[in-house]
Design a protein around this ligand. Structure first.
Ligand SMILES: [Zn+2]
Length: 349
């Protein structure tokens, strides 16, 4: 891709009200059967169109095709019983009723490949597809079979790798793994988390992203964030490992964030998907605010490795807020592009 500072979104956009209840995370579908298939495709078309007209360069499906970023993928696997549920503590933060692993986990058919083909046919721009990371999948289940988080994670990594290779063959340019668990289980990240992630990304020609993140603005997350102090330095644990890993791009939140920007320096050499749009506040950023965040980041990342982005998904927002934030992201990015064209003309030639 030749665009300087190509813009992208981390994940979700709000769904239309005829597909799922708006402004609610993980809300169930309002349609079923063929109507649901058609409804998801129509929603995806709108997501693509809004990203394109508002200047987003790397287009994704806005997660219009899934209900939940982890469980929708797991639902398609065998070995997991969704009727047999156990209450477990997720991300060491909140209790949730989750499905149970009762046998060997396998992917008998592709999960998102048809949706990705539909996205590919809907735009000429580079496309990105998000999958859950292996550790986060493990942390969203009760395991009555493997009895080992590491073993189960490596099984999931193999399955994710199969899916990722088919997504790549369907024309996906960038494959993203969402691993919020990396901000919680530091010992496991070191012991097997990064290895499992690399296994999921093994042999891909598509670029790979890891999105770690402090989560949506839901109560369990905001309560947790309140315990983290004024500077969030959790990334100091995972970034050195990721810098040495085979993953190409690291995504992190920098707009109104307590994450010290200089932590990006640890990742020098990697591409950075930098959150310049707050997803916990409905106020639309001004282009100058976006530009200011990007400008500060350029102290720690080379301009040709910076991908302006959102902090996280925008599913809980009213649609007009999310769409206006896309416009703010590209307007702010344009300010920086013009500055760079003057300061470093070789970048844009
Ligand atoms: Zn996130």
């Amino acid at each position: 891709m030749n665009t300087l500072l190509p813009t992208s979104i981390v994940g979700s956009l709000p769904k239309p009200s005829w597909l799922a209840q708006p402004e609610v995370l993980w809300s169930p579908w309002k349609l079923e059967g063929d109507a649901l298939v058609e409804g998801k495709q129509d929603a995806l078309r709108i997501a693509v169109q809004e990203q394109s007209r508002r200047g987003i360069d790397i287009v994704s499906d806005g997660e219009q095709t899934r209900q939940h970023f982890v469980t929708t993928f797991i639902e398609h696997l065998s070995g997991v019983d969704f009727e047999n549920r156990q209450t477990v503590r997720i991300r060491d933060r909140y209790d949730a009723s989750v499905p149970t692993v009762i046998g060997s986990v396998t992917r008998e058919r592709p999960v998102f490949v048809d949706d990705a083909k539909f996205l590919r046919a809907s735009t000429d721009r580079p496309i990105k597809w998000a999958l859950p990371g292996p550790m986060t999948m493990v942390d969203t289940l009760y395991d009555a079979h493997y009895k080992s988080r590491e073993k189960l994670a490596l099984e999931f990594a193999t399955i994710l790798n199969q899916e990722a290779k088919e997504l790549e063959a369907a024309g996906v340019d960038i494959i993203q793994f969402d691993e919020p668990s990396f901000n919680v289980f530091f010992d496991e990240v070191q012991d097997w988390g990064v290895a499992a992630l690399e296994r999921a990304a093994e042999g891909l020609r598509a670029e790979t992203v890891v999105h770690i993140c402090y989560g949506y603005g839901i109560k369990a997350n905001t309560d947790w964030k309140a315990t983290l102090g004024s500077q969030w330095r959790q990334y100091e644990e995972s970034f050195p490992l990721l810098q040495r890993s085979s993953i190409d791009i690291v995504s992190l939140e920098c707009q109104h964030s307590h994450v010290p920007m200089d932590l990006i320096e640890i990742l020098r050499g990697k591409k950075i998907m930098l959150g310049a749009i707050d997803v916990a506040d409905e106020t639309i950023e001004t282009p100058e605010e976006v530009a200011d965040t990007l400008r500060k980041a350029l102290e720690f990342v080379d301009a040709d490795k910076l991908i302006p982005s959102t902090n996280c998904g925008m599913a809980p927002f009213p649609r007009d807020v999310a769409f206006e934030k896309l416009s703010a992201l590209s307007a702010g990015t344009n300010i920086l592009r013009e500055e760079l064209a003057v300061a470093q003309p070789s970048l844009v030639s």
